[in-house]
Design a protein around this ligand. Structure first.
Ligand SMILES: Cc1ncc(COP(=O)(O)O)c(C=O)c1O
Length: 488
């Protein structure tokens, strides 16, 4: 397999080394920039009046729902938005304001919001058999077959209900198959919120910093290495040999947090070699990259074959109950289900709503629609245009901010809170300040009609035509018009 820009959303591989050096500088050496205070005040006033309906709703929700919001990707400053409608490139809030949607529900919306042909098929299915029966439905097979056609590493596929579950299941199968316990992940990567993976999240080297409510025994076999550090990976695997061995290395193939710290071009291939040398399984977490980078996933782009692949979100076309694991037949057979289980020692997985006909039909028609429309390529071109435009804005306005993209996954670093180094003695004081700056930026972008993922990630879809992207860039230009250095 070789990468082919005709088939994949990444039209050119960005210079990861240069980006990583620039990101390091931005997060650790550059002065902090914020929106000029008077302009920020104006934005906050507008926010209050434009989004009064959301404010009222969220205030009420706070009495029943912790914090008033249930989505970790939602901005809470000054208060979260309540959305009423989604279509194509846009979202509308309960007050009727329209936004260009670069959050895209955290990644699965490659076709654009509420894509009518997929919705139609889902409606047909629901009319016929409802969302769930607890028994086999033909769409389970059709989805598995379609995934296998595009990703040859997926010899077998088991549908689950979320990316978190799928990561847990993949690790369980790896341990059952290899008989080893240790699992290595990349520092900063998110693989869901299971006990063993709330470890080394967001900033590499933070280990159990976020592991509140999780006993230490749960992540005693989880290890993190610094992104791109092959020497550290080899060292960890070598050390693990005397402690029972490494069951698996789990990676987001573009780098932690969808490539927020991008991988070097040959990292995945080298990681594959190390896994083979140490008898560890290589697991690609393609929860975001699967079908977004290309129908062959990031694994197809890099030409690296993982033993297992984790799917989420997009595998049910953005519809609920979205997760799955696919891979080598010998490993996958440990998931054999049904009363009495399989022929092999089982890696127990389950879920009443897993593999329900609605999710499987939605995933099948979503992937088929991407195939027919080449949505991933169109989304990738929109990402290229958006990133180029953002770079021009930063250069013209003399801002040290950074924009880079892998196709339709675009990164815009300003406050760079997540990019700080754990070795920076000012980290704890700085992360808070930087988060605030990013939250303010998020509020300003919202007033200007743009929704992003935490003010730093922008996903594009097929619905993001040149007109939509150019409109977004004009809005971004207004947001970035008046920045000032934060006085220490
Ligand atoms: C790379 C990655 N893995 C796993 C997950 C967890 O997926 P889910 O939210 O479906 O549990 C996410 C979610 O954002 C993700 O981005």
């Amino acid at each position: 397999m070789t990468s082919n820009t005709q088939e994949y959303a990444i039209s050119h591989w960005p210079d990861s080394e240069a980006i990583l050096a620039d990101l390091k500088k931005l997060a650790n050496d550059m002065p902090l920039y914020q929106i000029r205070r008077d302009k920020m005040e104006e934005y906050l006033k507008k926010f209050d009046s434009m989004f009064a309906g959301s404010k009222k709703m969220v205030e009420k929700a706070k009495e029943l729902i912790p914090g008033g919001v249930q989505h970790n990707l939602a901005f809470n400053h000054p208060f979260p938005l309540a959305i009423g409608k989604a279509e194509g490139a846009y979202l509308w809030d309960v007050d009727g304001n329209r936004f260009i949607d670069f959050l895209q529900a955290g990644g699965p919306i490659v076709l654009g919001n509420n894509y009518a042909p997929v919705r139609g098929k889902v409606m047909e299915l629901v009319m016929e058999c409802g969302p769930v029966t607890g028994l086999f439905h033909e769409y389970e097979y059709k989805l598995a077959e379609l995934i296998r056609r595009h990703m040859p590493s997926v010899e077998m596929f088991r549908m689950l209900a979320s990316g978190t579950e799928a990561c847990m299941a993949a690790i369980r199968a790896a341990r059952a198959f290899t008989g080893k316990a240790k699992v290595i992940k990349m520092g900063g990567a998110y693989h869901g919120w299971s006990d063993q993976f709330v470890f080394g999240m967001r900033i590499p080297g933070t280990a159990n910093l976020d592991a509140h409510g999780i006993p230490g025994e749960c992540y005693v076999h989880t290890q993190e290495i610094y992104p791109n550090d092959l020497a550290a990976l080899e060292e960890a695997m070598t050390k693990n040999e005397s402690e029972g061995g490494t069951a698996a290395l789990i990676l987001e193939p573009l780098g932690p947090e969808s490539g927020t710290r991008p991988v070097l071009r040959d990292f995945n291939a080298k990681a594959r070699e190390l896994c083979d040398r140490f008898g560890a399984l290589l697991i690609f977490d393609e929860v975001v990259t699967g079908f977004r980078v290309g129908l062959g996933g990031a694994q197809g782009y890099f030409g690296v074959k993982p033993d297992l692949t984790v799917f989420g979100k997009c595998v049910a076309g953005g519809y609920p109950a979205a997760g799955g694991v696919g891979g080598r037949k010998d490993v996958m057979l440990s998931f054999a289900a049904g009363i009495g289980g399989g022929l092999v020692k089982r890696a127990m997985v389950g879920g009443t709503l897993s593999a329900n006909p609605l999710s499987c039909a939605a995933g099948y028609y979503c992937i088929k629609s991407i195939e027919e429309t080449r949505a991933h390529i169109k989304a990738g071109r929109a990402g290229d245009r958006l990133t180029k435009g953002l770079r021009e804005i930063f250069a013209r306005r003399h801002l040290p901010f950074i924009a880079f993209n892998h196709g339709s996954i675009c990164h815009m670093e300003t406050g760079a809170a997540m990019l700080m180094e754990i070795s920076n003695p000012k980290i704890f004081e700085q992360v808070g300040k930087r988060k605030k700056i990013m939250e303010e930026l998020g509020a300003a972008m919202t007033v200007e009609g743009i929704i992003s993922l935490a003010g730093s990630r922008l996903y594009t879809s097929m619905a993001d035509t040149d007109e939509v992207v150019d409109d977004a860039l004009e809005r971004f230009d207004r947001v970035f018009a008046d920045f000032e250095v934060v006085k220490e």
